[in-house]
Ligand binder design. Structure first.
Ligand code: ACM
Ligand code: ZN
Length: 635
Protein backbone atom coordinates (compact mmCIF):
# COMPACT_ATOMS: atom_id res chain seq x y z
CA UNK A 1 0.00 0.00 0.00
CA UNK A 2 2.74 2.44 1.07
CA UNK A 3 4.96 1.47 -1.89
CA UNK A 4 2.17 2.02 -4.41
CA UNK A 5 1.42 5.45 -2.87
CA UNK A 6 5.03 6.53 -3.48
CA UNK A 7 5.00 5.21 -7.02
CA UNK A 8 1.85 7.23 -7.72
CA UNK A 9 3.41 10.40 -6.31
CA UNK A 10 6.70 9.86 -8.11
CA UNK A 11 4.98 9.31 -11.41
CA UNK A 12 2.57 12.24 -11.10
CA UNK A 13 3.37 15.06 -13.46
CA UNK A 14 2.48 18.59 -12.40
CA UNK A 15 -0.01 20.11 -14.77
CA UNK A 16 -1.23 23.69 -15.16
CA UNK A 17 -4.70 22.14 -14.94
CA UNK A 18 -4.09 21.70 -11.22
CA UNK A 19 -3.04 25.12 -10.05
CA UNK A 20 -4.92 27.81 -8.12
CA UNK A 21 -5.86 30.31 -9.41
CA UNK A 22 -6.70 28.72 -12.75
CA UNK A 23 -4.67 30.28 -15.56
CA UNK A 24 -6.41 32.05 -18.41
CA UNK A 25 -5.35 29.35 -20.84
CA UNK A 26 -2.89 26.51 -21.21
CA UNK A 27 -2.07 23.83 -23.75
CA UNK A 28 -0.38 20.64 -22.69
CA UNK A 29 2.09 18.90 -25.00
CA UNK A 30 3.57 15.42 -24.93
CA UNK A 31 6.45 14.84 -22.53
CA UNK A 32 7.65 16.32 -19.27
CA UNK A 33 10.47 18.41 -17.92
CA UNK A 34 12.46 18.15 -14.69
CA UNK A 35 11.20 20.74 -12.22
CA UNK A 36 14.75 22.04 -11.69
CA UNK A 37 15.30 22.64 -15.42
CA UNK A 38 16.80 26.07 -16.18
CA UNK A 39 14.34 28.95 -16.43
CA UNK A 40 15.00 31.76 -18.88
CA UNK A 41 13.16 35.02 -18.18
CA UNK A 42 12.65 37.36 -21.15
CA UNK A 43 11.35 40.70 -19.93
CA UNK A 44 10.39 43.78 -21.89
CA UNK A 45 7.64 42.04 -23.87
CA UNK A 46 4.59 44.03 -24.81
CA UNK A 47 2.13 42.46 -22.39
CA UNK A 48 -0.51 43.76 -20.01
CA UNK A 49 0.28 44.43 -16.34
CA UNK A 50 0.95 41.19 -14.48
CA UNK A 51 0.60 38.98 -17.57
CA UNK A 52 3.08 36.25 -18.42
CA UNK A 53 3.63 33.36 -20.77
CA UNK A 54 5.43 30.16 -19.79
CA UNK A 55 6.66 27.58 -22.26
CA UNK A 56 7.84 24.33 -20.71
CA UNK A 57 9.57 21.97 -23.11
CA UNK A 58 11.53 18.82 -22.31
CA UNK A 59 14.78 20.66 -21.43
CA UNK A 60 14.01 24.19 -20.40
CA UNK A 61 11.42 26.67 -19.21
CA UNK A 62 10.98 30.04 -20.88
CA UNK A 63 9.05 32.91 -19.32
CA UNK A 64 7.95 36.02 -21.22
CA UNK A 65 6.65 39.06 -19.33
CA UNK A 66 6.62 42.82 -19.57
CA UNK A 67 8.51 43.28 -16.33
CA UNK A 68 9.30 41.86 -12.92
CA UNK A 69 5.60 41.74 -11.98
CA UNK A 70 4.64 39.32 -14.74
CA UNK A 71 7.84 37.39 -14.08
CA UNK A 72 6.88 37.12 -10.40
CA UNK A 73 3.47 35.64 -11.24
CA UNK A 74 5.08 33.20 -13.65
CA UNK A 75 7.43 32.22 -10.83
CA UNK A 76 4.42 31.60 -8.54
CA UNK A 77 2.90 29.32 -11.15
CA UNK A 78 6.18 27.41 -11.42
CA UNK A 79 6.50 27.33 -7.63
CA UNK A 80 3.09 25.73 -7.29
CA UNK A 81 3.77 23.25 -10.07
CA UNK A 82 7.05 22.25 -8.39
CA UNK A 83 5.23 21.77 -5.10
CA UNK A 84 2.99 19.27 -6.89
CA UNK A 85 5.73 17.18 -8.45
CA UNK A 86 9.36 17.07 -9.54
CA UNK A 87 8.21 16.57 -13.14
CA UNK A 88 6.35 19.29 -15.01
CA UNK A 89 4.11 18.62 -17.98
CA UNK A 90 5.37 20.20 -21.20
CA UNK A 91 2.95 23.01 -21.89
CA UNK A 92 2.30 26.60 -22.87
CA UNK A 93 0.57 28.77 -20.26
CA UNK A 94 -0.77 32.24 -21.03
CA UNK A 95 -2.07 34.12 -18.07
CA UNK A 96 -3.08 37.58 -16.85
CA UNK A 97 -5.07 38.96 -13.92
CA UNK A 98 -8.79 39.67 -14.21
CA UNK A 99 -8.80 42.45 -11.60
CA UNK A 100 -6.02 44.87 -10.73
CA UNK A 101 -6.92 44.74 -7.02
CA UNK A 102 -6.95 41.29 -5.40
CA UNK A 103 -7.21 41.88 -1.70
CA UNK A 104 -7.54 40.30 1.69
CA UNK A 105 -8.43 42.23 4.84
CA UNK A 106 -7.10 40.87 8.09
CA UNK A 107 -8.58 42.27 11.29
CA UNK A 108 -5.63 42.40 13.70
CA UNK A 109 -7.60 44.29 16.33
CA UNK A 110 -10.25 41.90 17.53
CA UNK A 111 -7.58 39.31 18.31
CA UNK A 112 -3.80 39.50 18.39
CA UNK A 113 -1.69 37.70 15.76
CA UNK A 114 2.03 38.30 15.49
CA UNK A 115 4.23 39.35 12.58
CA UNK A 116 5.16 35.74 11.73
CA UNK A 117 1.49 34.92 11.31
CA UNK A 118 1.06 37.84 8.93
CA UNK A 119 4.10 36.74 6.91
CA UNK A 120 2.72 33.21 6.52
CA UNK A 121 -0.46 34.67 5.07
CA UNK A 122 1.62 36.83 2.73
CA UNK A 123 3.43 33.71 1.49
CA UNK A 124 0.17 31.94 0.70
CA UNK A 125 -1.39 35.04 -0.83
CA UNK A 126 1.59 35.49 -3.14
CA UNK A 127 1.26 31.91 -4.28
CA UNK A 128 -2.39 32.66 -5.09
CA UNK A 129 -1.36 35.84 -6.96
CA UNK A 130 -3.16 38.17 -4.54
CA UNK A 131 -1.64 41.62 -4.36
CA UNK A 132 -3.19 43.59 -1.48
CA UNK A 133 -3.15 42.88 2.23
CA UNK A 134 -5.39 45.35 4.02
CA UNK A 135 -4.50 45.45 7.72
CA UNK A 136 -7.28 46.62 10.02
CA UNK A 137 -5.21 48.19 12.81
CA UNK A 138 -7.57 50.18 15.02
CA UNK A 139 -11.07 49.53 16.26
CA UNK A 140 -13.23 49.11 19.30
CA UNK A 141 -11.23 46.28 20.83
CA UNK A 142 -7.67 47.67 20.59
CA UNK A 143 -5.16 49.92 18.87
CA UNK A 144 -2.38 47.85 17.33
CA UNK A 145 0.10 50.25 15.75
CA UNK A 146 2.85 52.07 17.59
CA UNK A 147 2.32 55.82 17.54
CA UNK A 148 4.98 58.34 18.49
CA UNK A 149 2.60 61.28 18.51
CA UNK A 150 -0.13 59.55 20.52
CA UNK A 151 1.68 56.80 22.42
CA UNK A 152 -1.15 56.16 24.87
CA UNK A 153 -2.96 54.47 22.00
CA UNK A 154 -0.70 51.46 21.83
CA UNK A 155 0.55 51.72 25.40
CA UNK A 156 -2.87 51.55 27.02
CA UNK A 157 -5.17 49.69 24.61
CA UNK A 158 -3.15 47.04 22.78
CA UNK A 159 -3.26 44.65 25.74
CA UNK A 160 -6.48 43.67 27.42
CA UNK A 161 -8.29 41.05 29.45
CA UNK A 162 -9.91 38.65 26.98
CA UNK A 163 -8.07 36.99 24.11
CA UNK A 164 -10.99 37.19 21.72
CA UNK A 165 -13.03 40.28 21.01
CA UNK A 166 -16.02 38.31 22.27
CA UNK A 167 -14.40 37.59 25.66
CA UNK A 168 -13.17 41.15 26.01
CA UNK A 169 -16.53 42.73 25.37
CA UNK A 170 -18.00 41.24 28.56
CA UNK A 171 -15.98 43.69 30.73
CA UNK A 172 -14.19 45.82 28.10
CA UNK A 173 -11.02 46.13 30.15
CA UNK A 174 -7.72 47.21 28.64
CA UNK A 175 -4.43 46.53 30.42
CA UNK A 176 -0.92 47.97 30.52
CA UNK A 177 1.50 46.35 28.07
CA UNK A 178 2.38 42.78 29.13
CA UNK A 179 0.34 43.02 32.33
CA UNK A 180 -0.05 39.66 34.10
CA UNK A 181 -3.14 37.84 32.86
CA UNK A 182 -3.58 40.19 29.92
CA UNK A 183 -3.20 39.27 26.25
CA UNK A 184 -2.31 41.32 23.23
CA UNK A 185 0.40 43.25 21.49
CA UNK A 186 1.08 46.00 19.02
CA UNK A 187 3.26 46.28 15.94
CA UNK A 188 6.23 48.55 16.37
CA UNK A 189 7.03 50.73 13.40
CA UNK A 190 10.16 48.66 12.89
CA UNK A 191 8.13 45.43 12.75
CA UNK A 192 5.63 47.01 10.41
CA UNK A 193 8.41 48.20 8.07
CA UNK A 194 9.70 44.64 8.00
CA UNK A 195 6.21 43.29 7.13
CA UNK A 196 5.77 45.93 4.42
CA UNK A 197 9.13 45.02 2.94
CA UNK A 198 8.40 41.27 3.13
CA UNK A 199 5.12 41.84 1.32
CA UNK A 200 6.64 44.19 -1.27
CA UNK A 201 9.19 41.51 -2.20
CA UNK A 202 6.15 39.37 -3.03
CA UNK A 203 4.40 42.16 -4.96
CA UNK A 204 1.84 42.62 -2.21
CA UNK A 205 0.91 46.10 -1.10
CA UNK A 206 0.07 46.54 2.57
CA UNK A 207 -2.82 48.96 3.02
CA UNK A 208 -3.29 50.21 6.57
CA UNK A 209 -6.73 50.96 7.93
CA UNK A 210 -7.29 53.38 10.76
CA UNK A 211 -11.01 53.41 11.32
CA UNK A 212 -12.60 56.87 11.89
CA UNK A 213 -14.87 58.47 13.07
CA UNK A 214 -16.58 55.39 14.57
CA UNK A 215 -15.05 52.19 15.93
CA UNK A 216 -12.86 54.32 18.19
CA UNK A 217 -13.69 52.96 21.62
CA UNK A 218 -10.03 52.07 22.22
CA UNK A 219 -8.73 55.44 20.99
CA UNK A 220 -11.24 57.26 23.18
CA UNK A 221 -10.17 55.19 26.17
CA UNK A 222 -6.62 56.40 25.58
CA UNK A 223 -7.61 60.01 24.86
CA UNK A 224 -10.99 60.62 26.56
CA UNK A 225 -10.79 64.34 25.78
CA UNK A 226 -11.79 63.45 22.21
CA UNK A 227 -15.17 62.11 23.33
CA UNK A 228 -18.29 64.15 22.88
CA UNK A 229 -19.36 66.15 25.93
CA UNK A 230 -22.54 64.09 26.01
CA UNK A 231 -20.74 60.74 25.93
CA UNK A 232 -22.20 58.17 28.26
CA UNK A 233 -21.14 54.60 28.15
CA UNK A 234 -24.28 52.75 27.31
CA UNK A 235 -25.27 49.56 28.99
CA UNK A 236 -27.86 47.15 27.69
CA UNK A 237 -27.95 44.20 25.43
CA UNK A 238 -24.47 42.69 25.69
CA UNK A 239 -25.04 41.14 22.28
CA UNK A 240 -25.25 44.51 20.63
CA UNK A 241 -22.23 46.74 20.46
CA UNK A 242 -23.20 49.75 22.58
CA UNK A 243 -19.56 50.72 22.51
CA UNK A 244 -19.86 51.93 18.93
CA UNK A 245 -18.90 55.50 19.79
CA UNK A 246 -17.41 58.25 17.69
CA UNK A 247 -14.85 60.99 17.82
CA UNK A 248 -16.28 64.40 18.69
CA UNK A 249 -16.41 66.12 15.30
CA UNK A 250 -17.09 69.52 16.87
CA UNK A 251 -13.81 69.46 18.80
CA UNK A 252 -10.92 70.94 16.75
CA UNK A 253 -8.51 68.70 18.71
CA UNK A 254 -10.12 65.72 16.97
CA UNK A 255 -8.66 66.92 13.67
CA UNK A 256 -5.22 67.47 15.25
CA UNK A 257 -5.43 63.87 16.40
CA UNK A 258 -6.68 62.43 13.10
CA UNK A 259 -4.22 64.38 10.95
CA UNK A 260 -1.40 63.56 13.37
CA UNK A 261 -2.11 59.84 13.15
CA UNK A 262 -2.56 59.95 9.38
CA UNK A 263 0.79 61.76 9.01
CA UNK A 264 2.49 58.94 10.88
CA UNK A 265 0.63 56.22 8.99
CA UNK A 266 1.14 57.81 5.59
CA UNK A 267 4.86 58.09 6.28
CA UNK A 268 5.17 54.51 7.47
CA UNK A 269 3.16 52.82 4.70
CA UNK A 270 4.33 53.50 1.15
CA UNK A 271 1.02 52.21 -0.29
CA UNK A 272 -0.94 54.35 -2.72
CA UNK A 273 -4.07 53.57 -0.74
CA UNK A 274 -4.88 54.43 2.87
CA UNK A 275 -8.10 53.11 4.38
CA UNK A 276 -9.91 55.40 6.79
CA UNK A 277 -12.84 53.17 7.71
CA UNK A 278 -15.97 55.30 7.99
CA UNK A 279 -18.32 52.40 8.77
CA UNK A 280 -21.12 52.10 11.28
CA UNK A 281 -20.99 55.49 12.98
CA UNK A 282 -23.92 55.48 15.38
CA UNK A 283 -23.84 59.28 15.86
CA UNK A 284 -25.87 59.21 19.09
CA UNK A 285 -23.67 61.48 21.17
CA UNK A 286 -23.34 63.99 18.30
CA UNK A 287 -27.04 64.81 18.72
CA UNK A 288 -26.59 66.26 22.18
CA UNK A 289 -22.93 67.29 22.29
CA UNK A 290 -22.50 71.07 22.64
CA UNK A 291 -19.40 71.14 20.41
CA UNK A 292 -20.95 69.01 17.67
CA UNK A 293 -24.18 70.98 17.79
CA UNK A 294 -22.26 74.27 17.59
CA UNK A 295 -20.41 73.03 14.51
CA UNK A 296 -23.67 71.96 12.89
CA UNK A 297 -25.12 75.37 13.58
CA UNK A 298 -22.07 77.18 12.15
CA UNK A 299 -22.07 75.06 9.00
CA UNK A 300 -25.85 75.08 8.53
CA UNK A 301 -26.12 71.31 8.90
CA UNK A 302 -29.56 69.83 9.45
CA UNK A 303 -28.75 66.26 10.38
CA UNK A 304 -25.92 64.63 12.35
CA UNK A 305 -25.10 62.46 9.33
CA UNK A 306 -23.76 65.68 7.78
CA UNK A 307 -21.15 65.74 10.53
CA UNK A 308 -19.78 62.47 9.22
CA UNK A 309 -19.81 63.84 5.67
CA UNK A 310 -17.98 66.96 6.89
CA UNK A 311 -15.37 64.78 8.62
CA UNK A 312 -15.02 62.50 5.59
CA UNK A 313 -14.52 65.39 3.20
CA UNK A 314 -11.86 67.04 5.34
CA UNK A 315 -9.92 63.85 5.99
CA UNK A 316 -10.20 62.73 2.38
CA UNK A 317 -8.90 66.07 1.12
CA UNK A 318 -6.08 65.90 3.65
CA UNK A 319 -4.98 62.50 2.36
CA UNK A 320 -5.35 63.44 -1.29
CA UNK A 321 -3.13 66.43 -0.50
CA UNK A 322 -0.53 63.94 0.75
CA UNK A 323 -0.69 62.03 -2.53
CA UNK A 324 -2.72 59.12 -1.16
CA UNK A 325 -5.86 57.46 -2.48
CA UNK A 326 -8.22 57.31 0.51
CA UNK A 327 -10.41 54.22 0.79
CA UNK A 328 -13.52 53.95 2.95
CA UNK A 329 -16.27 51.43 3.69
CA UNK A 330 -19.37 52.24 1.64
CA UNK A 331 -20.90 54.57 4.28
CA UNK A 332 -18.01 56.82 3.26
CA UNK A 333 -19.70 57.37 -0.12
CA UNK A 334 -22.44 59.44 1.52
CA UNK A 335 -20.08 62.40 1.32
CA UNK A 336 -19.23 64.02 -2.02
CA UNK A 337 -15.91 62.39 -2.81
CA UNK A 338 -13.04 63.50 -5.00
CA UNK A 339 -12.25 61.19 -7.89
CA UNK A 340 -9.17 59.78 -6.11
CA UNK A 341 -11.28 58.30 -3.31
CA UNK A 342 -12.11 54.61 -3.46
CA UNK A 343 -15.20 52.99 -1.96
CA UNK A 344 -15.16 49.52 -0.44
CA UNK A 345 -18.60 48.00 -0.86
CA UNK A 346 -19.44 45.72 2.05
CA UNK A 347 -23.21 46.07 2.29
CA UNK A 348 -25.33 43.91 0.01
CA UNK A 349 -27.30 46.92 -1.12
CA UNK A 350 -25.91 50.43 -1.10
CA UNK A 351 -25.71 53.51 -3.26
CA UNK A 352 -22.35 53.83 -4.96
CA UNK A 353 -21.00 56.93 -6.68
CA UNK A 354 -20.51 56.55 -10.42
CA UNK A 355 -17.35 58.63 -10.41
CA UNK A 356 -15.26 56.59 -7.98
CA UNK A 357 -13.47 53.26 -8.16
CA UNK A 358 -15.07 50.54 -6.08
CA UNK A 359 -13.61 47.49 -4.39
CA UNK A 360 -16.19 44.75 -4.01
CA UNK A 361 -16.15 43.18 -0.56
CA UNK A 362 -19.86 42.37 -0.28
CA UNK A 363 -20.16 40.74 3.12
CA UNK A 364 -22.41 37.83 2.26
CA UNK A 365 -19.87 36.52 -0.25
CA UNK A 366 -16.52 37.64 1.11
CA UNK A 367 -16.60 37.69 4.93
CA UNK A 368 -14.63 34.68 6.00
CA UNK A 369 -15.64 35.18 9.63
CA UNK A 370 -18.97 33.56 8.74
CA UNK A 371 -19.49 29.85 9.28
CA UNK A 372 -18.17 27.79 6.41
CA UNK A 373 -19.97 24.67 7.52
CA UNK A 374 -23.03 23.63 9.50
CA UNK A 375 -22.89 26.16 12.37
CA UNK A 376 -23.75 23.76 15.14
CA UNK A 377 -20.71 21.59 14.44
CA UNK A 378 -18.26 24.48 14.18
CA UNK A 379 -16.56 26.62 16.78
CA UNK A 380 -18.31 29.99 17.28
CA UNK A 381 -18.11 32.32 14.32
CA UNK A 382 -20.04 35.23 12.89
CA UNK A 383 -23.64 34.33 12.37
CA UNK A 384 -24.05 33.66 8.67
CA UNK A 385 -23.36 30.49 6.73
CA UNK A 386 -20.97 31.12 3.87
CA UNK A 387 -19.73 27.84 2.43
CA UNK A 388 -16.93 27.54 -0.07
CA UNK A 389 -19.28 27.03 -3.03
CA UNK A 390 -21.05 30.33 -2.27
CA UNK A 391 -17.74 32.21 -2.14
CA UNK A 392 -16.55 30.56 -5.32
CA UNK A 393 -19.90 31.13 -7.01
CA UNK A 394 -19.80 34.88 -6.52
CA UNK A 395 -19.32 37.05 -9.58
CA UNK A 396 -18.78 40.61 -8.38
CA UNK A 397 -19.46 42.01 -11.83
CA UNK A 398 -22.87 40.33 -11.97
CA UNK A 399 -23.87 41.20 -8.42
CA UNK A 400 -27.03 43.25 -8.40
CA UNK A 401 -26.23 46.94 -8.38
CA UNK A 402 -22.63 46.27 -9.38
CA UNK A 403 -20.91 49.56 -10.11
CA UNK A 404 -19.31 50.30 -13.44
CA UNK A 405 -15.87 50.97 -11.99
CA UNK A 406 -14.75 47.83 -10.19
CA UNK A 407 -11.11 48.03 -9.25
CA UNK A 408 -11.14 44.57 -7.79
CA UNK A 409 -12.33 42.40 -4.95
CA UNK A 410 -11.44 41.86 -1.34
CA UNK A 411 -12.24 39.23 1.21
CA UNK A 412 -12.47 40.26 4.86
CA UNK A 413 -11.56 38.27 7.92
CA UNK A 414 -12.97 39.76 11.14
CA UNK A 415 -11.30 37.89 13.94
CA UNK A 416 -13.40 38.52 17.04
CA UNK A 417 -14.03 34.78 17.46
CA UNK A 418 -10.61 33.67 16.21
CA UNK A 419 -7.92 34.18 18.82
CA UNK A 420 -5.68 31.28 17.86
CA UNK A 421 -3.67 31.18 14.64
CA UNK A 422 -4.73 27.66 13.70
CA UNK A 423 -8.41 28.49 13.93
CA UNK A 424 -7.95 31.76 12.09
CA UNK A 425 -6.24 29.79 9.30
CA UNK A 426 -9.03 27.24 9.32
CA UNK A 427 -11.59 30.00 8.84
CA UNK A 428 -9.54 31.59 6.08
CA UNK A 429 -8.40 28.70 3.90
CA UNK A 430 -9.48 27.45 1.43
CA UNK A 431 -12.15 30.16 1.07
CA UNK A 432 -9.44 32.75 0.47
CA UNK A 433 -8.12 30.58 -2.36
CA UNK A 434 -11.60 30.75 -3.89
CA UNK A 435 -11.54 34.55 -3.64
CA UNK A 436 -8.06 34.60 -5.15
CA UNK A 437 -9.33 32.61 -8.11
CA UNK A 438 -12.35 34.86 -8.57
CA UNK A 439 -10.02 37.86 -8.49
CA UNK A 440 -7.44 36.48 -10.90
CA UNK A 441 -9.09 34.00 -13.25
CA UNK A 442 -11.57 34.86 -15.98
CA UNK A 443 -15.19 33.84 -15.52
CA UNK A 444 -14.79 31.36 -18.37
CA UNK A 445 -12.59 29.15 -16.17
CA UNK A 446 -15.05 28.94 -13.29
CA UNK A 447 -15.90 25.34 -12.40
CA UNK A 448 -16.57 24.53 -8.76
CA UNK A 449 -16.10 20.76 -9.00
CA UNK A 450 -12.83 21.27 -10.78
CA UNK A 451 -11.78 23.82 -8.13
CA UNK A 452 -12.51 21.26 -5.42
CA UNK A 453 -10.35 18.73 -7.26
CA UNK A 454 -7.52 21.24 -7.46
CA UNK A 455 -7.84 21.96 -3.74
CA UNK A 456 -6.73 18.41 -2.99
CA UNK A 457 -3.37 19.35 -4.52
CA UNK A 458 -3.41 22.75 -2.82
CA UNK A 459 -3.71 21.34 0.73
CA UNK A 460 -0.15 19.95 0.77
CA UNK A 461 0.97 23.37 -0.48
CA UNK A 462 -0.70 25.00 2.55
CA UNK A 463 0.81 22.28 4.77
CA UNK A 464 4.25 23.19 3.49
CA UNK A 465 3.62 26.84 4.42
CA UNK A 466 2.50 25.83 7.93
CA UNK A 467 -1.08 26.97 7.28
CA UNK A 468 -4.11 25.16 8.65
CA UNK A 469 -7.31 24.84 6.59
CA UNK A 470 -10.80 23.42 6.41
CA UNK A 471 -10.94 20.17 4.48
CA UNK A 472 -13.82 20.50 2.05
CA UNK A 473 -14.02 16.71 1.78
CA UNK A 474 -15.23 16.69 5.40
CA UNK A 475 -17.94 19.26 4.78
CA UNK A 476 -21.33 18.60 6.43
CA UNK A 477 -22.96 21.19 4.19
CA UNK A 478 -26.43 22.64 3.96
CA UNK A 479 -29.13 22.05 6.55
CA UNK A 480 -30.48 18.62 5.63
CA UNK A 481 -34.09 19.75 6.06
CA UNK A 482 -33.54 22.44 3.43
CA UNK A 483 -32.40 20.03 0.74
CA UNK A 484 -35.65 18.23 0.11
CA UNK A 485 -39.25 19.16 0.73
CA UNK A 486 -41.06 17.89 3.82
CA UNK A 487 -44.35 16.15 3.42
CA UNK A 488 -46.88 16.52 6.23
CA UNK A 489 -50.60 16.84 6.87
CA UNK A 490 -50.59 20.65 6.83
CA UNK A 491 -48.79 20.89 3.50
CA UNK A 492 -50.22 23.83 1.52
CA UNK A 493 -53.08 24.20 4.02
CA UNK A 494 -54.24 27.77 4.72
CA UNK A 495 -52.85 29.50 7.79
CA UNK A 496 -54.44 32.37 9.68
CA UNK A 497 -52.59 34.59 12.07
CA UNK A 498 -53.16 37.57 14.27
CA UNK A 499 -49.45 38.14 14.83
CA UNK A 500 -47.37 40.71 13.01
CA UNK A 501 -44.87 39.44 10.47
CA UNK A 502 -41.54 41.21 10.41
CA UNK A 503 -41.05 43.22 7.22
CA UNK A 504 -37.50 41.87 6.91
CA UNK A 505 -38.64 38.24 7.09
CA UNK A 506 -41.96 38.29 5.31
CA UNK A 507 -40.83 36.46 2.20
CA UNK A 508 -43.60 34.19 1.08
CA UNK A 509 -45.88 35.39 3.90
CA UNK A 510 -47.92 32.93 5.94
CA UNK A 511 -48.10 30.31 3.14
CA UNK A 512 -44.35 29.79 3.69
CA UNK A 513 -45.25 28.12 7.00
CA UNK A 514 -46.89 25.20 5.22
CA UNK A 515 -45.13 25.12 1.85
CA UNK A 516 -43.06 22.05 2.74
CA UNK A 517 -39.82 24.01 2.31
CA UNK A 518 -37.49 24.35 5.28
CA UNK A 519 -34.83 26.99 5.74
CA UNK A 520 -31.09 26.57 5.41
CA UNK A 521 -28.62 27.73 8.09
CA UNK A 522 -29.11 31.44 7.21
CA UNK A 523 -32.18 33.23 8.53
CA UNK A 524 -32.55 35.43 5.45
CA UNK A 525 -32.65 32.72 2.81
CA UNK A 526 -36.29 33.57 2.00
CA UNK A 527 -37.48 30.42 3.68
CA UNK A 528 -37.62 31.59 7.28
CA UNK A 529 -40.53 33.75 8.29
CA UNK A 530 -40.18 36.24 11.14
CA UNK A 531 -42.76 37.10 13.78
CA UNK A 532 -42.11 40.51 15.29
CA UNK A 533 -43.86 39.70 18.54
CA UNK A 534 -45.45 36.45 19.67
CA UNK A 535 -46.46 33.90 17.06
CA UNK A 536 -50.09 32.83 17.03
CA UNK A 537 -51.18 30.88 13.97
CA UNK A 538 -53.98 28.49 13.14
CA UNK A 539 -53.82 26.03 10.29
CA UNK A 540 -56.90 24.52 8.69
CA UNK A 541 -56.32 20.92 7.60
CA UNK A 542 -59.54 20.92 5.55
CA UNK A 543 -61.15 18.06 7.41
CA UNK A 544 -60.92 16.30 10.74
CA UNK A 545 -57.89 13.98 10.75
CA UNK A 546 -56.11 11.80 13.29
CA UNK A 547 -53.00 13.66 14.48
CA UNK A 548 -49.81 12.44 16.15
CA UNK A 549 -47.47 15.44 16.25
CA UNK A 550 -47.26 19.22 15.76
CA UNK A 551 -43.98 21.13 15.70
CA UNK A 552 -42.03 23.97 14.15
CA UNK A 553 -38.31 24.73 13.82
CA UNK A 554 -36.90 27.99 15.11
CA UNK A 555 -33.59 29.64 14.39
CA UNK A 556 -31.39 30.76 17.25
CA UNK A 557 -28.13 32.61 16.61
CA UNK A 558 -26.30 34.39 19.36
CA UNK A 559 -24.17 36.59 17.12
CA UNK A 560 -27.24 37.52 15.15
CA UNK A 561 -29.41 38.11 18.25
CA UNK A 562 -32.08 35.74 17.08
CA UNK A 563 -33.56 33.97 20.08
CA UNK A 564 -35.94 31.08 20.62
CA UNK A 565 -39.43 31.34 22.11
CA UNK A 566 -39.88 30.94 25.83
CA UNK A 567 -42.49 28.27 25.26
CA UNK A 568 -44.89 26.97 22.64
CA UNK A 569 -48.56 26.06 23.14
CA UNK A 570 -50.61 23.84 20.88
CA UNK A 571 -54.37 23.32 20.91
CA UNK A 572 -56.82 21.54 18.61
CA UNK A 573 -60.36 22.02 17.38
CA UNK A 574 -62.69 20.13 15.08
CA UNK A 575 -64.96 23.09 14.32
CA UNK A 576 -62.77 26.13 14.96
CA UNK A 577 -65.04 27.16 17.85
CA UNK A 578 -64.36 24.87 20.77
CA UNK A 579 -60.73 24.16 21.51
CA UNK A 580 -58.85 21.51 23.47
CA UNK A 581 -56.75 22.49 26.45
CA UNK A 582 -53.34 23.84 25.39
CA UNK A 583 -50.36 21.52 25.55
CA UNK A 584 -47.35 23.52 26.66
CA UNK A 585 -43.75 22.86 25.78
CA UNK A 586 -41.17 25.02 27.50
CA UNK A 587 -38.05 25.78 25.48
CA UNK A 588 -35.08 25.07 27.70
CA UNK A 589 -32.39 26.61 25.53
CA UNK A 590 -31.81 30.24 24.66
CA UNK A 591 -29.16 32.19 22.83
CA UNK A 592 -27.52 33.00 26.14
CA UNK A 593 -26.67 29.35 26.54
CA UNK A 594 -25.77 28.30 23.00
CA UNK A 595 -24.04 29.85 20.03
CA UNK A 596 -26.67 28.65 17.62
CA UNK A 597 -29.42 26.06 17.41
CA UNK A 598 -32.26 25.08 15.11
CA UNK A 599 -34.55 23.16 17.48
CA UNK A 600 -37.88 21.81 16.41
CA UNK A 601 -40.31 22.62 19.21
CA UNK A 602 -43.06 20.07 18.97
CA UNK A 603 -45.55 18.11 21.00
CA UNK A 604 -46.84 14.59 20.58
CA UNK A 605 -50.55 14.02 20.58
CA UNK A 606 -53.14 11.41 19.88
CA UNK A 607 -56.27 13.22 18.80
CA UNK A 608 -58.50 14.04 15.87
CA UNK A 609 -58.89 17.62 14.69
CA UNK A 610 -59.29 19.91 11.69
CA UNK A 611 -57.76 23.09 13.16
CA UNK A 612 -54.37 23.30 14.86
CA UNK A 613 -53.38 26.43 16.75
CA UNK A 614 -49.67 26.95 17.43
CA UNK A 615 -48.50 29.76 19.65
CA UNK A 616 -44.96 30.76 20.57
CA UNK A 617 -44.26 33.40 23.20
CA UNK A 618 -41.21 35.62 23.27
CA UNK A 619 -38.60 35.44 25.95
CA UNK A 620 -38.38 38.56 28.12
CA UNK A 621 -35.17 40.47 27.76
CA UNK A 622 -33.38 43.01 25.66
CA UNK A 623 -33.45 41.06 22.38
CA UNK A 624 -36.14 42.51 20.18
CA UNK A 625 -35.48 40.59 16.99
CA UNK A 626 -38.18 38.48 15.36
CA UNK A 627 -38.80 34.84 16.08
CA UNK A 628 -37.74 32.96 12.97
CA UNK A 629 -39.75 29.87 12.01
CA UNK A 630 -39.52 27.85 8.82
CA UNK A 631 -42.29 25.25 8.68
CA UNK A 632 -45.25 24.22 10.79
CA UNK A 633 -45.23 20.47 10.59
CA UNK A 634 -48.32 18.40 11.40
CA UNK A 635 -48.15 14.61 11.33
C1 ACM B 1 -17.75 46.33 8.42
O1 ACM B 1 -18.00 45.10 8.33
N1 ACM B 1 -18.16 47.02 9.47
C2 ACM B 1 -17.03 47.03 7.38
ZN1 ZN C 1 -19.15 66.10 19.99
Amino acid sequence: MIASFFITVALAIASPADIIPAPVSFREMPGSCASDAPVKYRLGKKMEKGAYKIVIDRRRITVDAADSLGAFYAAQTLRQLRMHSDKLACCVIEDAPRFAYRGYMLDLVSTWHDADYIKRQIDAMALCKMNVLHLHLSDTHAWRLESEKFPLLHQTTSWRYGASGEDWKVNRLFAPVAAPGAVGGFYTKEQMRDIICYAAERHIEIIPEIDFPGHVFAALSAYPELRCESYVEEQGDPNQPPYLVELCIGNPRTFDFVYGILDEVAELFPSDYLHIGGDEAKMTAWKTCGKCQALMHREGMKDVSELQQYFTRKVTEYLVGKGKRPVGWDEYAQAALPEEAVVMKWHTKCELPAGNDVIMATHNYTYLCYYQDAPMFERPAWSRYLPLDAVYGWDPAQESGAPSRILGIESCQWTSHLPDDAYLDYMTWPRLAAIAERAWSPESTRDYNNFKERLRKFYPVLDSLGINYFDIDKEVGHRPESLSGVNHLALNCPVQSTSAISASYSQGGLPALTDGICGDWNGDDHRWIGFSEAMDVTVDLGEVKPLRYVGASFLCHKGYSRDLPKEVRVSFSSDGISWSEEIVRVCEISLWGVQCAYPELGINTDCEARYVRYRASRREGPVKWPLLVDELIVL
